[in-house]
Design a protein around this ligand. Structure first.
Ligand code: PPS
Length: 570
C-alpha cells in the first residue's frame, strides 16, 4: 500500500486563537478529565484518532458498538466516549460548550455537547470486549470507574496535555510523519508493546523489518496499560538500553500516550488505524495481541489468533499491512533465537524459553536471569524497580477490640524489625493517629472510616517507598479494611493480623478503664459494647493473646512475614 506522509488533520486551533479561547473558556462549566480521558483527548486532538473530531455522538457510539463503524460507515472499532457523573450531566444543556481540564485544572480544550445519553454498559461490554465479565480490565473500568452518563460532541483543541517525562521521545502523528519524510523512510513497521523488551523481541522485530523490507518504529504505550504492568518510567529506561542494540539508521522509538483497553481483536484494528495515522505502513500483530488475560471462569477471553484474523480482514480498508508475530525461542546448540514453528530438528536441539510468569518469579525472588534471555542493562533496570520481596515495602495491619493487645504487639514487632534493620519502620498506632492525623474525628462509622482511610493512605505511601508500616487501629469495618488493602497492594504486601482477644477478656482487663465508662453509657458508640466489630474472615494471621505472652505473639507475626518472603529467614 502506498505511503502517504502528508500532514493529517489535528483539532488544535492556532496559537493566537488558543490564547484567546483559553481566557474565554475560563467562564465555561468545567469537566475535570480522568487520566484515561486525558489520554483519549490527546490522541483526538493530535490526530492519532483521526478521523474522529471529538468524543463520539450517541449515533456513532451505537454504530461503533454494534458494527465497529461510525454512523457514516467508516471503520472504527473502539468507543471513545466522555463518561461523566449524573450530577454533572444534569447541569449541561445540549449545545452548551464545556471546558475540558486536566487534573491540575489546566484547560486542554473545549467541547460542544451535542449528545447526552445513558449507555447500556452491559451491551457495550458484550459487543466491544466480548463478555460482560469484570475480570476484563476494561469491563471492570466501564462498570466501576466510568461515569453513568456519556456526553458527545466536537472538540476544539487548546493545548496538549503537559508531560514532564521523556519529552524528546514523544511525537505527535504529524511530527513522526515529518520525521519519516525527512529521513526518507517509505516503509515503516511499527512494534506495539506494553512490556519491557528482551532478546526475543529484538530478534522478532529485526525479522519483521526484514520481512516487510521496512524501517522499524518501536512504539510503546506509555498512557495506560494493563493494571499490574511494569510502570512506563522503568520500561522506557529499558527500551532506551535496548535501542542501542539496533542499527541507528534503521530503527527509531517514539512513545504513544494511548490508554489501552486490552480488547484483543478490536484493539488490534484500533492499533492499526492509530499507527496508520502515525505514518506507518505495517504493524506487527502478535499471538493474543492486547489480550486481557483470563476471564472469571479461568479461560481466555479471545482465541489466540482472533486479533490477527480481524486485522487481516480489514487491513486493505485500513491502509496498513500486518506482519504476524513469530513466537521466538532460544535454541541452545545454535546460540540463537528462531521462530518456534520453523525449527525442523526440534527433537535434537535444546529449546529454552522463560515465560512472563517465570520472569516475574525470578525477579521477585532475586534469582538469576540468564544472558540469553535478556540484556544485563534491562535486567538491572527491572531489578531496581522490583527488588526481591525481602527488600520491598509492606504493611502489617493489626485489627481488634480496644484493649485486645494490638498496640503492645505492634510495638514489640516494631522493635524486632528495627533490630533486624534494612528498612525504615513506622508505627501508626490507633491512639497516635487519633492525636496527630485525626484529632477532629469521633467514632461514628463515617469518622472511623475516614480515620482508617487516612491510615491506609500513609501506609501505602510508606509501602511504596520501601518502608514497613505497622498499623494498629480497631478498624471495625470489613469493607474499609478491604479498601486499605487495595490501596497498599498497589505497592507491596498487606498483612492483616486479627488480634482475636474476646470482648469479655478485653472488658475484664479494661486497661484504660474505658469499658467501665462504656457500660455506664458515659462513652457512646464503644466498639464491642455499643458499636459493631466485623471479625476478619480471612486475615493473613489470627493471634490469640489469652495464654500467650506479647513476645510470642510478635514472634508469630515475624514467622508469618518470613513465610511470605517479606523478611529474610534467620
Ligand atoms: S477506629 O474505629 O479504628 O477508628 O478506632 P481507633 O482510632 O483505633 O480508636 C483508638 C482508641 O480510641 C479509644 N476510644 C474508643 N474506641 C472505640 N470506640 C469508642 N467509642 C472509643 N472512644 C475512645 C480506644 O482507647 C482506642 O484505643 P485502643 O488502642 O484500641 O485501645
Amino acid at each position: 500500500m502506498p505511503q502517504n506522509l502528508a500532514p493529517i488533520p489535528e483539532l488544535y486551533v492556532s496559537y493566537d486563537s488558543a490564547q484567546k479561547l483559553k481566557v474565554e473558556a475560563a467562564d465555561l462549566v468545567s469537566w475535570d478529565l480522568s487520566p484515561r480521558q486525558i489520554c483519549d483527548l490527546e490522541l483526538l486532538m493530535n490526530g492519532g484518532f483521526n478521523p474522529l473530531k471529538g468524543f463520539l455522538s450517541e449515533e456513532d457510539y451505537n454504530s461503533v458498538v454494534e458494527n465497529m463503524r461510525l454512523a457514516n460507515g467508516t471503520l472504527w472499532p473502539m468507543p471513545i466516549t466522555l463518561d461523566v457523573s449524573e450530577d454533572f450531566a444534569a447541569k449541561i444543556e445540549l449545545g452548551q460548550d464545556i471546558a475540558l481540564r486536566d487534573q491540575e485544572g489546566v484547560i486542554l480544550g473545549t467541547m460542544t455537547v451535542t449528545d447526552r445519553w445513558v449507555p447500556n454498559k452491559a451491551k457495550e461490554a458484550e459487543m466491544v470486549f466480548g463478555a460482560d465479565d469484570l475480570a476484563h480490565p476494561a469491563v471492570n473500568y466501564l462498570h466501576n470507574t466510568a461515569g453513568k452518563v456519556y456526553l458527545g460532541g466536537p472538540i476544539v483543541g487548546i493545548q496538549q496535555p503537559v508531560h514532564y517525562d521523556f519529552r524528546a521521545r514523544r511525537d505527535t502523528p504529524n511530527e513522526l510523519r515529518a520525521y519519516f519524510r525527512k529521513v526518507g523512510w517509505r516503509r515503516v513497521v511499527a512494534f506495539q508493546t506494553r512490556n519491557p523488551l528482551h532478546r526475543a523481541h529484538q530478534e522478532l522485530t529485526f525479522r519483521a523489518a526484514k520481512e516487510a523490507q521496512a524501517n522499524l518504529l518501536i512504539h510503546p504505550v506509555v498512557g495506560m496499560t494493563k493494571p499490574g504492568d511494569v510502570d512506563h518510567f522503568t520500561r522506557v529506561r529499558c527500551y532506551e538500553a535496548v535501542l542501542d542494540k539496533y542499527p541507528q539508521s534503521t530503527t527509531t522509538m517514539s512513545l504513544l500516550p494511548l490508554a489501552m483497553r486490552m480488547a484483543g481483536p478490536r484493539e488490534a484494528v484500533w492499533h492499526g488505524l492509530i499507527r496508520k495515522n502515525y505514518g506507518c505502513t505495517h504493524l506487527i500483530v502478535g499471538r493474543d495481541h492486547a489480550g486481557p488475560g483470563k476471564n472469571s471462569a479461568g479461560e481466555d477471553f479471545y482465541g489466540p489468533y482472533d486479533a490477527q484474523e480481524l486485522f487481516a480482514k480489514h487491513a486493505e480498508e485500513m491502509g496498513i499491512e500486518m506482519v504476524d508475530f513469530k513466537h521466538m525461542v532460544y535454541v541452545q546448540e545454535r546460540a540463537q533465537y528462531e521462530p518456534a514453528d520453523e525449527i525442523a530438528d526440534k527433537d535434537n536441539v535444546t529449546i529454552l524459553n522463560i515465560s512472563g510468569t517465570e520472569l516475574r518469579r525470578r525477579l521477585q525472588e532475586g534469582l538469576e536471569i540468564p544472558e540469553w534471555f535478556s540484556f544485563p542493562e534491562v535486567v538491572n533496570e527491572l531489578r531496581k524497580t522490583k527488588p526481591p520481596r525481602s527488600k520491598q515495602g509492606f504493611t502489617v495491619f493489626f485489627t481488634g477490640f480496644s484493649g485486645s493487645g494490638k498496640s503492645t504487639i505492634a510495638n514489640a514487632l516494631m522493635v524486632k524489625l528495627m533490630e533486624m534493620g534494612g528498612r525504615p519502620v513506622t508505627l501508626l498506632d490507633g491512639d497516635i493517629v487519633r492525636k496527630n492525623l485525626s484529632s477532629e474525628l469521633g467514632f461514628s462509622k463515617e469518622h472511623r472510616d475516614l480515620n482508617i482511610r487516612r491510615i491506609g493512605y500513609v501506609a501505602s505511601e510508606i509501602t511504596k517507598n520501601g518502608g514497613i508500616a505497622i498499623c494498629a487501629p480497631i478498624a471495625p469495618y470489613a469493607s474499609t479494611r478491604r479498601a486499605v488493602r487495595e490501596d497498599v497492594e498497589n505497592f507491596g504486601a498487606f498483612v492483616e493480623v486479627h488480634v482475636a482477644t474476646s470482648i469479655e477478656e478485653c472488658e475484664r482487663r479494661d486497661r484504660k478503664g474505658l469499658y467501665k465508662l462504656a457500660r455506664e453509657g458515659k462513652i457512646k458508640e464503644f466498639t464491642g459494647i455499643s458499636d459493631p466489630y466485623e471479625v476478619p474472615e480471612n486475615p493473613e494471621l489470627r493471634v490469640e493473646t489469652e495464654g500467650h505472652d506479647v513476645d510470642n505473639c510478635a514472634h508469630q507475626v515475624i514467622l508469618k512475614l518470613e513465610s511470605m518472603g517479606l523478611i529474610a529467614a534467620h
